[in-house]
Design a protein around this ligand. Structure first.
Ligand code: NAD
Length: 247
């Protein structure tokens, strides 16, 4: 069921959240919430410090930028895109994510669909985020509110490629949620969507996508050192090897 009157909220308007809000604002009424008032004021003044969106695009987006969490009550579909770094002991730091869950839990309306975009370890959405949403909303997950997961997957080296041109993985806590989340994302993602078998599968797929990227970068850095010693241009080597399909 597609709802033209659906109001969508994006929580966390950083590198991932802002382009996401911009993409959905082409079709829906969008609330852009960030707890950082400075970030909100800058966006209202037409300044995006991540350099992805210009002043005219911000002005024309129609996004309701706010640092007032009570505005989330108006949203039927809420995407959470806050940072998930590691701490000084290399452990996942979920503090921003859990804080966002407590805020969303406090203000979301009954029946809302919450989709996590942040990169997390497999199991984090169901074991950490859903309990926090339930605790702060006093609502039951899967009955009174619904949860999905859709990892952002743009490459840092390809910032110019709009996120709508990258196939989007979506997952839901059950079949009905999956279908609904797929319908909403599918309505703005030109490259289409892929329905993952479960939230854990989508979380794990994102982990190996990032790992493959990191291993690739580290490997080519090593080769680059060797090629430098041999007086060979690494860029020319990559161009040559890249003519093999799937390199
Ligand atoms: N940046 C990338 O290239 C990239 C690519 C793919 C996936 N990701 C993942 O996407 C997620 C977001 O990363 P990012 O780079 O956009 O982070 P970011 O630091 O650029 O943005 C996070 C935003 O969330 C806001 N925020 C923090 N706590 C909040 C709260 N409780 N309520 C509302 N807003 C809050 C911050 O003020 C900030 O503006 C992470 O999990 C990251 O791993 C990032």
């Amino acid at each position: 069921m597609m709802n033209d009157k659906l109001t969508i909220a994006v929580v966390g308007l950083g590198h991932v959240g802002l382009p996401l809000a911009m993409a959905f604002a082409k079709k829906y009424s969008v609330i852009g919430y960030d707890s950082n008032r400075i970030r909100i004021n800058q966006l209202l003044e037409g300044k995006d410090k991540t350099g992805q969106v210009n002043a005219q695009q911000l002005a024309e987006s129609g996004i309701d930028f706010t640092s007032d969490p009570s505005s989330l009550t108006a949203a039927g579909f809420i995407m959470i895109a806050v940072a998930t770094p590691i701490d000084s002991a290399d452990q996942p730091d979920l503090s921003q994510l859990l804080e966002a869950c407590s805020i969303v839990g406090r203000y979301m309306k009954k029946g809302a669909v919450i989709v996590f975009e942040s990169t997390v370890y497999p199991g984090a959405t169901e074991e950490e985020c859903i309990p926090k949403l339930e605790e702060y909303s006093s609502l039951e997950s899967g009955v009174e509110f619904f949860v999905g997961y859709s990892p952002e997957r743009f490459n840092p080296g390809e910032r110019k490629l709009p996120i709508t041109k990258i196939k989007k993985v979506v997952a839901g806590q059950n079949e009905a949620v999956l279908d609904y989340v797929a319908e909403i994302y599918g309505s703005v993602m030109d490259a289409g969507i892929f329905k993952a078998k479960s939230i854990r599968v989508a979380e794990a797929a994102k982990v190996i996508e990032n790992t493959q990227q990191d291993v690739n970068i580290a490997l080519i850095n090593e080769f680059s050192l060797i090629f430098n010693h041999l007086g060979i241009d690494t860029g020319a080597v990559l161009e040559t090897a890249g003519t093999k399909k799937a390199f």
